[in-house]
Design a protein around this ligand. Sequence first.
Ligand SMILES: Cc1cc2nc3c(=O)[nH]c(=O)nc-3n(C[C@H](O)[C@H](O)[C@H](O)COP(=O)(O)O)c2cc1C
Length: 191
Amino acid sequence: MTRIGIIIGSTRPVRNGEQVAAWVHDLASQRTDAEFELIDLRGQRLPLLDEPKPAMWGDYRHEHTKAWSARIAEFDGFVVVTPEYNGTAPGALINAFDYLFAEWADKPIGLVSYGVLGGARAAEQLRLMCGTLQMAVMGPQVLLSFATDFEDQTAFRPTERSVAALTALLDKTVTWSIMLAKLRETALAAA
Ligand SMILES: Cc1cc2nc3c(=O)[nH]c(=O)nc-3n(C[C@H](O)[C@H](O)[C@H](O)COP(=O)(O)O)c2cc1C
């Protein structure tokens, strides 16, 4: 079965990200074409990148890196739920991406962002970064605005439009997860 990880991009003790990720997980879990699992960076306890070699070498020294590598390697695709911090994605999220390379490559990723302007600037930064990691960033994306999808910037109340946008994003992410798994298998067989 195709497996898709939903990454919670915020690690703050009180975070809107949890409600948003739960919504993504709930809607996704109604599908029968893939399995979905939450990935909480807070539980992963990754320090600021402390590996001696760049991740593309795949030569990891630390146990926390090996554990993170094993966690991410098991998924065929991802949905990332990110807030916008100072016009970009949270440092903890970028740090978690920086730790690995092959585990991300040739896999799709869908972007769900939130903020004053729907977290659009964070999503754009992730689009660039994930492209560099050789991920396939999905065209459909979900931009959740504090003006329309939250009450008092804290209670998450997604609009019908956001539900439709998430459905489109999941459709695409599942299809690409299935197709890119075949591509990775073919590449492995030819190696
Ligand atoms: C360090 C920091 C920087 C922020 N910068 C932005 C920003 O640039 N744009 C924006 O729309 N919201 C910004 N916010 C507000 C966040 O979007 C809002 O607090 C959101 O709930 C954060 O997500 P979280 O609660 O899941 O951590 C910022 C919040 C923090 C903590």
